[in-house]
Design a protein around this ligand. Structure first.
Ligand SMILES: Cc1c2[nH]c(c1CCC(=O)O)Cc1[nH]c(c(CCC(=O)O)c1C)Cc1[nH]c(c(CCC(=O)O)c1C)Cc1[nH]c(c(C)c1CCC(=O)O)C2
Length: 371
């Protein structure tokens, strides 16, 4: 056992529902959490952000821990997982690029990568313990503070999604700059994707050593690529991450943790991902019919998702009806089997926190075996 593996120091876990569902097991009800559950819809989060820069919160373990725990405290007994407060863009920062969170604009790279010559601006070798040790410290502190209430999820962005940010310099509508790279400099693009994948894998292993109990890879821009381009420029690097994480954990003598892949929008590929990506769970967005996806993936993977986050603006009746329908579609023979309830993407800033509470209550009710 690696001497810096922290698991033995933590309080025993009291709620392992999400771990069982991630392994594909039948559960008494579906576990539930939501992407971006620590975020601007919470007044207690906005109060911290009014005082502190976004990346300052990420880099200060006590603040990251506090913000991670906010939804857990508010929704005690209703929420089945925490996710460490951080951002996918901490990896490009560790690789040597500057990223700022600009109010009203979102994440911004003042100097994105323009051509492969800009590789010289990236760090040759990234020591994740040194560059991203603050995330690991936040994870260790949060595991202690959670007192075993619910498991803690670690995460990173998928190489293609990070590549798009590094080249576009921020969010994008048409992905012209990043796709220009794919088609004009395919070999250099693959080199950058591979380099990023190694940093992601090392970072995920470090997160597990620090105390993360599940890992999610966010491929938020998966749906921007054609299936054949996805097979060249994204899937191999998601596979590399899964393989490298699993073999590193084995080598270190650390028990495996469930891996979740969220290939948002790549809804043509679930069967292929279930069979070849190497993940335990696939995240679905709301443009999917859960029963149809279950049919094509069989019991190879667990599924996570998938209510449209905007339903949370529709009031209690709309939320209840959508959850009832979602539960019915995800269940196998009337039971939740290998299903983690979630939204189909992150929760948005304008949601009333009490409406999210109602969403959790409806999931508890409608996902239970008898409902
Ligand atoms: C693409 C992406 C990013 N970051 C992330 C993704 C993948 C998930 C997805 O597709 O939504 C992942 C992420 N970002 C954040 C988390 C924290 C954990 C959680 O509660 O889920 C996670 C898992 C915090 C955050 N990350 C961000 C916020 C809000 C910013 C703020 O506090 O000002 C939070 C809570 C900022 C961010 N960071 C990023 C974007 C697009 C934005 C939003 C910009 C905006 O709307 O202003 C990059």
């Amino acid at each position: 056992m690696s001497s810096d593996y922290k698991a033995l120091e933590f309080p025993p876990l009291k709620n392992d529902l999400i771990l069982r569902a991630a392994r594909g097991e039948s559960t008494e009800r579906a576990p539930v959490w939501v992407m971006r559950q620590a975020g601007r819809y919470l007044p207690e989060f906005r109060a911290i952000r009014a005082e502190q820069d976004f990346f300052k919160v990420c880099r200060t373990p006590s603040l990251a821990c506090e913000v991670t725990l906010q939804p857990i405290r508010r929704y005690t007994g209703l929420i089945d997982a925490s996710i460490i407060f951080s951002d996918i863009l901490v990896v490009p920062q560790a690789m040597g690029l500057v990223v700022e969170m600009v109010p009203g604009k979102g994440p911004t790279f003042p100097e994105p990568l323009k051509t492969p010559e800009d590789f010289s601006r990236l760090n040759e070798h990234v020591d994740v313990d040194k560059e991203l040790g603050y995330v690991c410290d936040a994870i260790t502190l949060t595991r202690k503070e959670l007192k075993g209430e619910v498991p803690l999820i670690g995460f990173c962005g998928a190489p293609w999604t990070l590549f798009a940010y590094m080249i576009e310099g921020g969010g994008s509508k048409f992905f012209t700059a990043s796709k220009t790279w794919l088609f004009k400099y395919p070999e250099e693009s693959k080199a950058l994707l591979e380099r990023t994948a190694h940093v992601c894998a090392d970072f995920l292993v470090a997160q597990v050593k620090a105390g993360a109990q599940l890992l999610q890879v966010f491929d938020s821009w998966a749906g921007e690529l054609s299936p054949s381009d996805y097979r060249i420029f994204s899937l191999p690097y998601c596979q590399l991450i899964a393989r490298k994480v699993r073999s590193a954990l084995d080598e270190l003598g650390i028990p495996q943790v469930p891996l979740i892949l969220f290939p948002k929008g790549a809804n043509w590929g679930h069967k292929e991902f279930a069979e070849t990506a190497g993940y335990d769970v696939l995240g679905l967005d709301w443009v999917n019919e859960p029963a149809a996806v279950r049919q094509v993936v069989g019991n190879k993977v667990a599924l996570q998702g998938n209510m449209d986050p905007n339903v949370l603006y529709g009031g209690r009746d709309a939320i209840e009806r959508a959850v009832e329908k979602m539960a019915k579609e995800f269940k196998t023979d009337g039971k939740p089997v290998g299903w983690i309830a979630n939204l189909g993407h992150g929760i948005t800033p304008g949601v009333d926190p009490d409406d999210l509470k109602w969403f959790f209550e409806c999931v508890h009710k409608y996902s239970a075996k008898s409902n």
